[in-house]
Ligand binder design. Structure first.
Ligand code: UD1
Length: 417
């Protein structure tokens, strides 16, 4: 299995291009199920999660034509199977995003329950309750969600927890429902907004996406469209933190600062100088980072997907910080690995107390989930000597060409087989 070997100590310098957002691409690919016409998507990132999603959509019967310029043509003129099997869903929870679209368009869908995953139990009860409120009959049988509805009916749906994919699933389902659906306490994440823009281009009637109340007025059919997927704000944030930790100077192209306010604010607090242009972000760090306390919460607050990276920064920062995780119950798995590199971290409940140390030391560590693995790369970039990261398939799920991009910025990083 592939590993990453990283020699710490290089200051990151230079420019790289940020890829399309994985978490926007995943729901938007599923939006292709809502129409018989062609949906063309641009700026698709080349990632394991995207190929898993395309395999699932192909299995269901969607025609998928990838070109080599990060674009894909999707056509779901006719579906062979209205089912997402366990073998595919278990490798990627976001597969649940096919449930709403298939049910809305075909009146029936069978999707495997995702089951547990490394970062917590992550239930899908709100997806199910929302579809039931829209008139779907749902049975859980043999580990599958089996949903039926002749035609979904518009409804007022209050979600008691903010859920990103839950909001996306229900928003997609509601586009073809009879009447208006109002989603209350909806997720405000930029990826939800991007999906809404794509659906609107396909003929959907959606108001309020990006706020906590989204109103969708159902239409009879949706049509084909072309949509460019937004830049990945988490990939952007990860490279910015890397530059800050190595006291470097980088410019990230093809990305936008307005989706990253909470993260940029914390980087400034750590001592970084940040310059923003319409489609690029530059960061310069001329000192050891100051420790910054963070608390994760739904957008626009600090993203849970950036928690591990800031933990890495705090490990070598000047001072003591508290990192509090409020979204997922088991998202501190990187702590033990960082301790192997010499970090001083104490976990109590959902808070980690991090005392910055003068230096980390290279060691063999293991990636446990996507964002945790990115944080290990960041720690390795500043550790003395070599760090080898095992199980990097987690990284390949969400970071396109990670070793090429870091090498382009001057890091000493290579993939070993
Ligand atoms: C999405 C992102 C993921 C990110 C997360 C939180 C995608 C593909 N993934 O995951 O990268 O870390 O948002 O920003 O976009 N919950 C319930 N019932 C439900 C659904 C969720 O209780 O039916 C809870 C979860 O257990 C969790 C919280 O709601 O505690 C937020 O989860 P959610 O926003 O649904 O995460 P995902 O959409 O799976």
């Amino acid at each position: 299995m592939d590993k990453l070997a990283i020699q710490g100590g290089a200051r990151l310098r230079g420019e790289i291009r940020i890829s399309g957002a994985k978490n926007a691409a995943l729901p938007i690919l599923c939006a292709g199920l809502l129409t018989a016409e062609t949906l063309r998507l641009e700026n698709l990132p080349k990632l394991k999660d995207i190929s898993t999603s395309l395999t699932l959509l192909g299995h269901i019967g969607m025609q998928v034509e990838l070109d080599d310029k990060n674009s894909v043509d999707l056509q779901a003129a006719h579906l062979d199977k209205l089912e997402a099997p366990y073998e595919l869903v278990k490798t990627m929870r976001a597969s649940i995003l096919v449930l709403g679209p298939i049910l809305a368009r075909y009146g029936e869908a069978r999707v495997s329950l995702p089951g547990g995953c490394a970062i917590g139990s992550r239930p899908v009860d709100l997806h199910i309750k929302g579809l039931q409120a829209m008139g779907a009959e749902i049975h859980i049988e043999h580990g599958y969600i089996h949903a039926k509805a002749t035609r979904l009916q518009g409804a007022r749906i209050f979600m008691d927890t903010v859920t990103v994919t839950g909001t996306e699933n229900l928003m997609m389902a509601a586009t073809l429902a009879n009447g208006a659906t109002v989603l209350e306490n909806a997720a405000r994440e930029p990826e939800v907004f991007d999906l809404a823009q794509c659906l609107i281009a396909m003929g959907a009637k959606i108001e309020g996406a990006g706020s906590d109340t989204i109103t969708i007025t159902g239409v009879e059919t949706l049509h084909g469209a072309t949509h460019k997927i937004m830049a990945d704000r988490i990939e952007t944030g990860t490279y910015l933190v890397a530059a800050a930790m190595t006291q470097g100077q980088v410019r990230l192209l093809g990305t936008r600062a307005d989706t990253l306010d909470a993260v940029l604010e914390k980087l400034r607090e750590a001592g970084a100088q940040i310059d923003v242009e319409s489609d690029s972000i530059s960061l310069r760090m001329q000192r050891r980072p100051r420790a910054v306390s963070i608390k994760t919460a739904p957008y626009p607050a600090f993203p849970t997907d950036m928690q591990a990276q800031f933990m890495a920064l705090n490990c070598i920062a000047d001072g003591v910080s508290r990192v509090t995780e409020t979204i997922f119950e088991n998202r501190f798995m990187h702590v033990q690995e960082m301790q192997r590199l010499g970090a001083d971290i104490e976990v109590e409940g959902n808070t980690a107390l991090v005392r910055g140390v003068d230096k980390l030391e290279g060691a063999v560590v293991m990636a446990t989930d996507l964002r945790a693995s990115a944080s290990l790369v960041l720690a390795a970039l500043v550790a003395e000597g070599e760090t080898v990261i095992e199980r990097i398939y987690h990284i390949d799920r969400g970071y396109e060409c990670i070793e090429e991009k870091f090498s382009q910025l001057g890091a000493r990083i290579r993939r070993v087989h």
